[in-house]
Design a protein around this ligand. Structure first.
Ligand code: ASP
Length: 301
């Protein structure tokens, strides 16, 4: 048995259909890997790399811009077998932040590296770099212009005139259960538009945006980072599975309810439990995601 889920953010998604081909292509590629016996860890890293390379999503190339009109990425990865994890925050110039997160997990004694030091580590380990131009798309330039004019710190694809405060949160993630019963999770983001002062959200924080444990489940989140941090969302979902014996579906639902009730949080998550149940939950109007098993591939936009 194997399972795979990927996501491309939650919110009030404008033109959702434009994301379908990318999600479909990436879930297919990941499914092929798992089918061929690849590990959950390799598969989630690969899927997130592909999402980072795709300028449609707010991660790697196509990331949202900071107040200084730069790209600063955050990413994390976790192995459910060993509970090892790697994370990076405030990194610029690294083509695939998720690969750097994995290198931190496997080639250092640390879990979480940031900024300058993370860059040094990346260079030491021959992680691929790209010039700033590679990351910055025209769409993001317009988005930051609008955000600066309105003096707003906003999430990806937020509609600044939207009175209902419905937003699309563009982080990406992947979770998998491989044929050996191992779970893994990976999450990557450019963060929020117009962020400043080295702001970091939930995505690179183990237990907030990402979690994986073979005894419970794999989880990847997208939403307002500050709220997800305060409600330690990914670990909460895992605790529902581990301690309350919930399956993926009821854990997902319970977690979003908890997020909403505790901190008025907004966003979504994908989850695969150790028995191979797959689920998603969100309290935004939509969530871009796809799921795959031996027999099926489904894309939800
Ligand atoms: N969680 C991300 C952050 O706050 C944003 C997102 O999901 O789009 O950095």
């Amino acid at each position: 048995m194997f399972r795979l889920m990927i996501h491309g953010g939650a919110g009030a998604i404008q033109s959702p259909e434009k994301y379908r081909p990318s999600l479909e292509k990436i879930i297919k590629e990941g499914r092929q890997m798992l089918k061929g016996g690849a590990s959950a860890l390799d598969t989630v890293e690969k899927c997130v790399q592909l999402l980072e390379d795709d300028p449609l999503f707010n991660a790697g190339r196509g990331s949202v811009l900071t107040h200084k009109k730069e790209v600063e990425c955050d990413a994390s990865i976790m192995d459910g077998l060993s509970l090892k994890a790697g994370a990076v925050a405030g990194i610029s110039g690294v083509k695939n932040p998720i690969t750097l997160a994995r290198a931190i997990m496997e080639k250092s004694e640390f879990v979480f590296l940031i900024g300058k030091g993370a860059k040094e580590f990346a260079k030491l380990h021959n992680i691929k770099f790209e010039p700033q131009d590679y990351f910055i798309t025209e769409e993001r330039k317009n988005q930051i212009k609008e955000a600066l004019e309105n003096n707003k710190v906003v999430l990806d694809h937020s509609d600044l005139n939207n009175k209902t405060n419905e937003k699309k949160l563009g982080t990406v993630g992947a979770i998998a259960l491989d044929k050996n019963g191992n779970l893994a999770s990976a999450t990557s983001t450019g963060g929020i538009v117009n962020k400043q002062f080295g702001r970091v959200g939930d995505s690179p924080v183990i237990g907030a945006g990402t979690y994986a444990d073979n005894n419970s489940c794999a989880v990847s989140c997208t939403g307002y980072g500050e709220q997800f941090l305060r409600a330690t969302v990914a670990r909460t979902a895992s605790a529902f599975v581990e301690f309350q014996k919930k399956d993926a579906q009821s854990a997902a639902k319970a977690t979003i309810k908890y997020l909403q009730e505790k901190v008025s949080g907004l966003g979504g998550l994908i989850i695969i439990d150790k028995n191979g149940n797959m689920a998603s939950a969100y309290n935004t109007p939509g969530l871009l995601y796809a799921k795959a098993s031996e027999k099926t591939i489904e894309v939800f936009v």
